[in-house]
Design a protein around this ligand. Structure first.
Ligand code: UDP
Ligand code: MG
Length: 158
């Protein structure tokens, strides 16, 4: 039986300012991930500190806060099979120069400091990050997408 995971994704301020929101979301939709939560918001220094708590003592942290608070972001939750790993793969490596050709960071960004998009790196991080940005009642789980319908048909035979 296949079970779905949830992951947190954010289009960072540069992606919003350059008008890349629709194109980026469509990549996740095409892959079949379910969009179960979405909001546009301005990240404050407090939210940034929660989101990036593992990086607070790193030399790049002050600049990271400046970047992530420089304009609105699009915060999203996607659900799907191996969604955490799958979405990290669609994002590409942190440094867009090293990201696989065709990945979002390779296609939309140049510098690792300003890499356009965030995705959770583990199921545990995803749970923690989703809770920072969304209340449980803001997530919509009562619908099926094509991928779920397909796997249900196949799983019946197992
Ligand atoms: N970052 C940076 N300089 C670095 C490493 C990271 O400015 O040397 C920024 C970059 O925006 C990155 C974020 O900090 O996306 C979080 O870093 P992490 O290593 O967790 O990368 P990610 O999980 O986003 O790939
Ligand atoms: Mg990270």
């Amino acid at each position: 039986m296949h079970t779905e995971e949830r992951t947190f994704v954010a289009i960072k301020p540069d992606g919003v300012k350059r008008g890349c929101v629709g194109e980026i979301i469509s990549r996740f939709e095409k892959k079949g991930y379910k969009l179960i939560g979405m909001k546009m918001l301005q990240v404050t220094e407090e939210i940034a500190a929660k989101h990036y708590e593992e990086h607070i003592n790193k030399p790049f942290y002050p600049n990271l806060v400046k970047y992530i608070t420089s304009g609105p972001i699009i915060a999203m939750v996607f659900q799907g099979y191996k969604a955490v790993q799958g979405i990290r793969h669609l994002l590409g490596a942190t440094d867009p120069c090293e990201a696989d050709v065709g990945s979002i960071r390779a296609d939309y960004a140049q510098l690792k400091e300003y890499n356009t998009i965030h995705g959770s790196d583990s199921v545990e991080s995803a749970e923690r990050e989703i809770a920072i940005y969304f209340k449980p009642e803001e997530l919509c789980t009562n619908y099926k997408n094509m991928m779920e319908l397909v796997t249900e048909d196949i799983d019946e035979g197992e």
